[in-house]
Design a protein around this ligand. Structure first.
Ligand SMILES: [Zn+2]
Length: 445
């Protein structure tokens, strides 16, 4: 990269040349250093109140001692205060060249590039930061890419439709920038990882998987890359790829803190995914899946036992009732539900709990256990997991309700990530056509 000399640096160079001509004695050099130090110290106390004066003093100091990274950094801070972003960039650029191990200098440089809308330079600074300060890089990267998006969003937009299309141009331009960067650095694992992230934001999960496959290979010591890969595989419905990545994770990071959970997932989903595939194959070929209706028509309306009394109960009961209504509609009301408070003869018992020990699987946010009630009929108990502080975000609580009640009425998992019955459901609009038709098949045929 060609470095441009700005006016200030140019003057500093001239002054330095003048100084080196006139000052040959070591003591004169020492004097200059001492003077530079004093100027910098004084400037430092003025940055907040009088950045203009601080910049002048720092400029004089830098002329006397051009190799002090801290002076350049403070000069950058003063310029930032004065909203002279371009000058600030130049000072920070010098600061990181002089003191490349100072994270604060790099952060200031990257932030100021973003302010100047110099996105390409900002991405360059970020990639340097990732190399030098891997532990701090992630947060900064998120913060900056956020503001880069809002910068782009602040620009006049021709689109007037929903949020997705509004964000889309910013995400697409980030993807394009990263592809350009990768053309010259095809072996930069962090760049592949970042591209994977933005492709994921654009919901291009297959393409994200390709990038995370590369970042995983290029950064073999970073378990996070495999987590990103597994995330994208889960999102795209690549069930077999996901299982393969889990196995790879166990091989590569046998001492990872989450290794038990990953092993549990491998064991559970080994059976579950195979079942899902064979069910779907059977349905496609016009045969019957192994799904069975849990409830008989004589049990209708099905008694649903919900806890009453506490504030928590008041908060979560309506979600369960709404989920029941959705499933009832999907079955042309062959399934009908009535809320009760006595679990003895209920067909469905719901509990919300923050006690993880009630769930069999460490990775679950909800679980349905099948049993019998006092009348000898099928009784499903649905556990819906809350956080330690008895909270959970409303949307995911409702998602889990719908999904678990789907199991309770007899449905197994689907392989389509859009479905409520997908193993990791995260739906936008409730039951899909596929969810509804499966429930319909169970209760209306
Ligand atoms: Zn499930």
């Amino acid at each position: 990269m060609v470095q441009t000399l700005n006016r200030l640096q140019y003057q500093s160079t001239l002054m330095l040349a003048a100084l080196s001509l006139s000052m040959t004695a070591a003591s004169a050099d020492d004097d200059a250093m001492a003077r530079a130090y004093q100027l910098s110290e004084r400037a430092y106390t003025l940055i907040e109140k009088n950045p203009q004066k601080a910049a002048e003093l720092l400029w004089q100091s830098a002329a006397l001692n051009p190799n002090d990274g801290n002076t350049q950094y403070n000069l950058g801070v003063s310029f930032s205060r004065l909203r002279r972003s371009q000058d600030a960039c130049n000072a920070y650029r010098k600061a990181v060249a002089l003191e490349p191990s100072e994270f604060d200098y790099w952060r200031a440089l990257a932030r100021t590039y973003v302010e100047c809308k110099a996105n390409k330079n900002a991405l360059w600074a970020l990639s340097e930061i990732r190399k030098r300060f891997p532990s701090q890089a992630k947060q900064l990267s998120e913060e900056l890419t956020e503001s880069m998006s809002s910068e782009s969003l602040a620009a006049p937009s021709t689109s007037k439709s929903g949020a997705t299309t509004k964000d889309q141009p910013a995400i697409e331009s980030r993807i394009a920038q990263l592809r350009i960067l990768l053309a010259s650095k095809p072996n930069d694992g962090q760049l592949h990882s970042e591209l994977g992230y933005w492709l994921g934001q654009a919901k291009q999960y297959k393409a994200a998987i390709q990038e995370y496959n590369k970042s995983t290979a290029l950064l073999p010591n970073d378990p996070q890359q495999l987590h990103y890969l597994m995330w994208a595989q889960g999102k795209s419905g690549d069930l077999e790829g996901l299982q393969a990545s889990r196995n790879l994770y166990v091989t590569m990071f046998p001492k990872a803190s989450d290794i038990k959970t990953i092993k549990d997932e491998i064991a559970y989903y080994g059976t579950d995914f195979a079942q899902t595939r064979s069910n779907e194959k059977a349905r496609q070929q016009g045969g019957k899946s192994s799904d069975n209706a849990s409830y008989k028509s004589v049990q209708m309306p099905l008694k649903v036992c919900l806890p009453v009394g506490s504030v928590l109960d008041g908060k979560y009961r309506p979600y369960v009732q709404r989920a029941c209504t959705e499933w009832a509609a999907a079955t042309n009301h062959r399934l009908r539900f009535v809320t009760v408070t006595n679990p003895a003869d209920a067909g469905l018992v719901c509990q919300w709990t923050n006690d993880k020990s009630k769930l069999h699987h460490s990775f679950a946010s909800g679980e349905t256990h099948q049993g019998k009630n006092s009348a000898g009929d099928d009784q499903a108990t649905v556990y819906l997991l809350l956080n330690e502080d008895n909270s959970v975000d409303d949307k995911s609580f409702y998602d889990t309700c719908l999904h678990e009640i789907g199991h309770a009425i007899g449905l197994s998992h689907s392989s389509n990530p859009a479905d409520v019955m997908y193993y990791a459901s995260n739906t936008e609009n409730g039951l899909t056509t596929n969810d509804k038709s499966r429930a319909h098949d169970l209760y209306c045929n």
